[in-house]
Design a protein around this ligand. Structure first.
Ligand SMILES: *Cc1c(COP(=O)(O)O)cnc(C)c1O
Length: 409
């Protein structure tokens, strides 16, 4: 096994420099623990950015993938395969949706939503309905269509022309009404803005969007790439808002680490993308679908969706205590289920999230940043109560160093 420094030197020579990875090389992981090539351990509360929903190296998931790989991995969409058909049924059963189109990532799923909306209006003879209403701070992925809908100027800079997409403030019903025009095809929304800073939809907001879309004949597209598959304590986050979407994007947690995405639609939209209009070579392959099927089975067997609500309540309590005990460092904690943000104060001595991550990693805890000032907690749904306490105790060790920095100027 090569050392961190040997591997990092090679990485700097050959890897494209579009990321800013931590300064160690992962060798293996189990549950919520991660180990580097030199054997150092971290408590992993990133879960690969809300992806490894059943924890790293879950033995049942590893076995399901190995078993399927030995049968057949890929056949293309020229042929049916059993895991694909069974997974579509399972997803419809859990979401109340009617149709599933598989893909390989979150961006592909939201890109599919965009194409679905345009093609739906085109088929109805309203080809001029092409505009999307999206929200400030929204994140829908990085391909050009998805990037048009992503509402963070930093991600869009230098990639234009994009659109047509109108971005309005998240939670602002009046702004959505004001932005409505006859060329609007759809509204796309995240039930909780994950990348944007773990911002929760205000009560009644999603319901109001549903009503507005019904009034004007626009589609309501819901991006559950980060919130879906149980993370917020229900299978979909919108289950808690009591609304039904016209179409939904899933990805991240669906494969438990295996790349798989899906677009779910109602029966009314079943004909909007007829054969030949949209597709992907890898999407819905038997290996990815077998992995996702096993993830759903594990969620059931280990009661992980209800568990996300219960453990999320503990995590929320612990984070609330942190905010109370370190009021000069933390401004607030917000989230639902096992998707939480801890907001760093914008005051001298308190680092921005990206720098805070390095200090926490040095102390043994891995988190991700959501925007400039939010530390995001997205542990696997298999996280234990002990691990929640361990994570918070690491933050409690590091936070005073930021207070001290503040005191000395
Ligand atoms: C991560 C994310 C995406 C993009 O998913 P990729 O797999 O990175 O393309 C889209 N929407 C939301 C809400 C996300 O969190």
């Amino acid at each position: 096994m090569k050392s961190n420094s040997e591997l990092l030197a090679a990485a700097k020579r050959h890897l494209y420099g579009n990321y800013r990875p931590a300064a160690f090389v992962v060798e293996r992981a189990a549950g919520c623990e991660l180990f580097d090539v030199e054997g150092r351990r971290w408590l992993d509360f990133t879960a690969g950015v809300a992806v490894c929903s059943v924890g790293h190296a879950h033995p049942d998931l590893a076995r399901a993938i190995a078993t399927q790989a030995a049968k057949v991995m890929h056949v293309s969409n020229y042929f049916y395969n059993e895991p694909n058909i069974l997974l579509a049924g399972e997803l419809c059963k859990r979401t109340g949706m009617d149709r599933v189109l598989f893909c390989n990532s979150g961006a592909e799923a939201t890109e599919s939503l965009l194409k679905l909306a345009r093609r739906h209006h085109f088929a109805k003879g309203e080809a001029s309905r092409t505009r999307i209403i999206a929200f400030h701070n929204a994140f829908h992925g990085r391909t050009l269509g998805a990037l048009s809908m992503t509402g963070t100027p930093k991600y869009q800079e230098g990639f234009g022309p994009l659109g047509p997409v109108t971005h309005v403030p998240y939670g602002d019903v009046a702004a959505v009404r004001a932005a409505m025009s006859p060329d609007v095809a759809a509204v796309i929304v995240e039930p909780i803005q994950g990348e944007g800073g773990v911002l929760l939809a205000p009560p009644g907001f999603l319901k109001a969007l549903r009503e507005i879309c019904n009034e004007v004949g626009a589609l309501l597209l819901v991006d559950e790439v980060q919130t879906g598959v149980g993370r917020t304590g229900s299978f979909l986050a919108i289950d808690q808002a009591g609304i039904r979407a016209d179409a939904i994007a899933l990805a991240k947690g669906l494969g438990g680490g295996f790349p798989v995405g899906a677009m779910l639609t109602t029966e009314a939209l079943a004909g909007a993308l007829p054969p030949g209009t949209h597709g992907t070579t890898f999407g819905g392959n038997p290996l990815a679908c077998a992995a996702a099927l096993e993830v759903l089975a594990i969620l059931d067997r280990e009661k992980l969706v209800a568990g996300a609500a219960e453990k999320g309540a503990i995590l929320g309590q612990l984070l609330g205590d942190l905010v109370r005990d370190f009021p000069t460092v933390f401004e607030a904690a917000r989230g639902r289920g096992l998707l939480w943000g801890l907001v760093l104060r914008n005051s001298s001595g308190v680092p921005v999230a990206r720098d805070a991550l390095v200090a926490l990693s040095d102390a043994g805890l891995l988190l991700t940043a959501a925007g400039e000032r939010v530390l995001r907690f997205t542990p696997a749904l298999t996280v234990t109560s002990e691990q929640l306490h361990e994570a918070i105790s690491i933050v409690r060790k590091v936070a005073p160093t930021w207070v001290a920095l503040r005191a000395t100027g």
